[in-house]
Design a protein around this ligand. Structure first.
Ligand code: ADP
Ligand code: MG
Length: 458
């Protein structure tokens, strides 16, 4: 039981960690143990009462939202103190800044932590040994490993892209931590591009540009996560361009990540796009079923979770697109099972994971992707989707695209009409009706559309 509690707490703690400075996390959360948990409350064992007071008054929201993200709902947080004395850690009360939960989470800690940091703001769990390799990620993994062995000698820059929760941050931090361990002298910096931008603005404001530049341009390995957030920020892009060039010319390693390839980041200067593309660009794809199963087994082992094979298989089968979500589902099932003492049935699983499964089936397909896929399928030009031509071989594909747009996005008839070359609400409505009638009557039409539909899901 205690092992399971430890696993749950580890998960909650890692959701708390990004919101605090490394120091504050270490001081207030490192010593905590989860000692009791049920459907309504969690009991945290803390060294003394000061912890309770301090955590409740400063970190309550952070803790509660971590609990929700891990367990699916809020719990009352109780504390039990091992020592009833009143001595607590010595704290400078005013120095503690908390970053409230924001989406998306940006990893990394306060600026002051970077130089003498414990983990340079990196999560110790994000290591190569903990990363499961499958056909979806093997190139990125191999490149990352090669870089950590000999920085700036193989791929430079390395650009990793892929959807949310597929391991970009994990791989980058694995490179960072491995490099630090291998060669103690190397200066490694890991941060998100948002953080780069914020520090840059701060440096301008406080006349500290020289120091800012020195810090970034004297590093040996620079890992910048989520560079898509540089989009549209012209001065930050310019600054980053020079940082990039200085490091690159000095034969320093640069690793970048993004949710899409460089050329698809809107409002990113061309000169940055071509720099980003000048090394190795590699994609992380969603894992296949076997890899998802292997990930579940590995995580179960890591958290000391014991679940029946068919429960693992259910999770692997149903949570396909995002490893973070898969992890979340695993932890939730494990905590449910340990709290209720019951083996979970498949019906119970459906219920327990309702929100996660709903997220999973929600498609995030854009109107442009739909137009493109449909045009490809029918071998018409993309421009015909929005154009005026009315020959039958174009009108039908256009109608199919409108129909799929309605099904896959939240866009209204009106909005769809606008995207499809300024057509009106009635035209879109008519298109949707026509397509669904034909799907009912004509087998071939139905199959065609189902085929495009499944390709959109990928
Ligand atoms: P991203 O940065 O792409 O959004 P993360 O790197 O934060 O995703 O990964 C989300 C979670 O999934 C992390 O807990 C990470 O450890 C885990 N994860 C992702 N891919 C793998 C993998 N191949 N093997 C093991 N864990 C993984
Ligand atoms: Mg990330």
């Amino acid at each position: 039981m205690q092992e399971t509690y430890n696993g749950i707490w580890r998960e909650i703690a890692s959701a708390i960690r990004p919101h605090l400075s490394a120091d504050a996390f270490q001081r207030w959360f490192a010593a905590i143990e989860l000692v009791q948990a049920d459907e309504s409350a969690l009991t945290l064992q803390v060294p003394n009462n000061i912890y309770q007071f301090w955590i409740e008054s400063n970190y309550f929201n952070v803790v509660q939202s971590a609990v929700i993200s891990v367990l699916g709902s809020a719990r009352e947080i109780k504390f039990s103190a091992t020592d009833s004395g009143i001595t607590g850690p010595v704290v400078d009360v005013h120095a503690e800044g908390v970053r409230e939960p924001l989406a998306p989470l940006s990893h990394g800690t306060g600026a002051e932590d970077l130089d003498g940091a414990i983990n340079h703001g990196m999560n110790p769990r994000n290591r190569f040994e903990a990363f499961v390799v499958g056909s979806n990620n093997q190139i990125a993994y191999a490149a990352a490993l090669a870089i950590s062995r000999s920085p700036a000698k193989t791929y430079n820059p390395l650009f990793i892209y892929g959807g949310v929760g597929l391991g970009k941050t994990h791989l980058m931090q694995a490179i960072g931590q491995q490099t630090i361990e291998r060669r103690k002298i190397q200066k490694v910096m890991y941060l998100s591009s948002e953080r780069f931008t914020n520090e840059f603005i701060d440096a301008i404001q406080h006349n500290k540009l020289v120091r800012f530049r020195k810090r970034y341009r004297q590093t040996d390995v620079l890992l910048i996560d989520d560079v898509q957030f540089l989009a549209g920020k012209e001065r930050s892009q310019e600054e980053f361009f020079h940082t990039f060039n200085t490091l690159f010319d000095g034969r320093k390693q640069i690793v970048l990540s993004s949710d899409r390839p460089p050329s698809e980041i809107a409002n990113l200067e061309q000169r940055l796009v071509s720099r980003f593309e000048s090394g190795l660009t590699t994609e992380l794809q969603p894992p296949d079923t076997e890899t998802r199963m292997a990930i579940l087994r590995k995580k179960a082992e890591e958290f000391h979770i014991e679940l029946a094979e068919d429960v693992l298989a259910f999770l692997a089968q149903r949570v396909r697109t995002n490893v973070r979500r898969l992890e979340g589902a695993l932890i939730r099932v494990a905590s449910y099972q340990s709290l209720s003492g019951l083996e979970v049935s498949c019906e119970a699983l459906e219920q327990l994971l309702r929100d996660i499964l709903r997220e999973e089936t929600r498609k995030t397909v854009t109107l442009e992707q739909i137009q493109k896929k449909v045009a490809e399928h029918f071998e018409v030009r993309l421009a015909d989707m929005t154009g005026k031509r009315r020959s039958a071989n174009i009108v039908f594909p256009r109608q199919v695209a409108m129909y799929l747009a309605r099904r896959h996005t939240k866009a209204s008839f009106q909005q769809i009409g606008e995207i499809f070359g300024g057509r009106d609400h009635g035209t879109v409505l008519h298109a949707c009706k026509t397509v669904s009638v034909r799907m009912k009557k004509e087998d071939q039409v139905r199959q065609t559309i189902v085929r495009i539909d499944t390709r959109l899901d990928r």
